[in-house]
Design a protein around this ligand. Structure first.
Ligand code: GLU
Length: 282
């Protein structure tokens, strides 16, 4: 069993991350498995090296020790578990998809896609708009400053979430053809997370329920890039700031380093995260 802790250095580690880390390390320990640390800095606009340094320090202070890629491996410089150091792997996987005729260039802006929602399609509570396929058959060259999309088959995906139960998702209806690289040549979260979980041999993905709806597309994309058996997924409840708002990195009142500065001990931080988890669905 190999699971992962995969924070994005777009802000400071907060109680929500601590709650996730407790589950990740707890499940690994219970299964006699291992934890891999991955720094998900694919968002070149929002990630900052100082946030990465801070989260490594906070993890050390909290006592969460990764079995694969310990914090020192990232401090040493280039690290193969930091997404910004994995560009060659993403290019390689994208070329394989391209060779199978699955990638096409897309010049639509996010705004154009958002505005394309058909009035007949009910919103069903989701703000996600499936890509309508505007550029799918235009044969635009991939070299220019265009996005890259992967053709998503109409298949429904079923999986049994360890904590949320049986799920069925149809990625083509949820998101349509998946953007894997944006017009500014940045790899997208869905693509890099899927590639990394496959290439790093992750068997168990343990994360917050806010990513449950991304799971079907990650399983489907995983198949397209050659993953034979999908990972097992377990999504846990989030610590909420209010009944409708989850914690975010801008909530400085729950940032681990601020709690530390206010004199909190490690045990108190862990306990606050555990209590937050207890009161959160599912
Ligand atoms: N990098 C994501 C985050 O910050 C986690 C993605 C995942 O677990 O798939 O929260």
């Amino acid at each position: 069993m190999l699971t992962r802790f995969a924070p994005a250095p777009t802000g400071y580690l907060h109680l929500g991350h601590v709650a996730n880390a407790i589950r990740v390390w707890g499940e690994a320990q219970a299964a006699g498995g291992a934890v891999l640390l991955r720094i998900e800095d694919h968002d070149r606009d929002r990630c900052r090296p100082e946030y990465e340094a801070a989260l490594l320090e906070d993890l050390d202070w909290l006592g969460f020790v990764p079995d694969l890629y310990p914090t020192g491996a990232f401090r040493a410089g280039r690290c193969e578990s930091r997404q910004s150091d994995r560009g060659d792997i993403y290019t390689d996987v994208a070329s394989q998809l391209h060779a199978k005729g699955l990638v096409y260039a897309c010049r639509c802006s996010r705004k154009e896609v958002q505005g394309s929602r058909s009035p007949e399609i009910p919103e069903s509570g989701s703000s996600e708009v499936p890509y309508p396929g505007t550029c799918a058959s235009l044969g635009l060259p991939l070299e220019a400053d265009v996005g890259w999309r992967v053709r998503i088959p109409p298949d429904s995906v079923t999986f049994n979430d360890r904590w949320c139960g049986p799920q069925t998702q149809t990625p083509r209806d949820q998101c349509g053809d998946l953007l894997i690289r944006d017009r500014r040549r940045h790899w997208t979260y869905q693509f890099v997370a899927t590639v990394d979980d496959h290439r790093q041999g992750i068997t168990d993905v343990i994360r917050g329920v806010d990513l449950l709806s991304s799971t079907g597309r990650q399983i489907l994309l995983g198949r397209l890039i050659g993953r034979r058996t999908p990972a097992t997924f377990a999504h846990h409840g989030l610590i909420m700031k209010s009944p409708t708002q989850k914690l975010s990195k801008s909530d400085r009142d729950t940032a681990v380093r601020d709690l530390r500065a206010a004199g909190w001990t490690r045990a108190r931080v862990i306990d606050a995260a555990l209590r937050g988890l207890d009161s959160s669905p599912p």
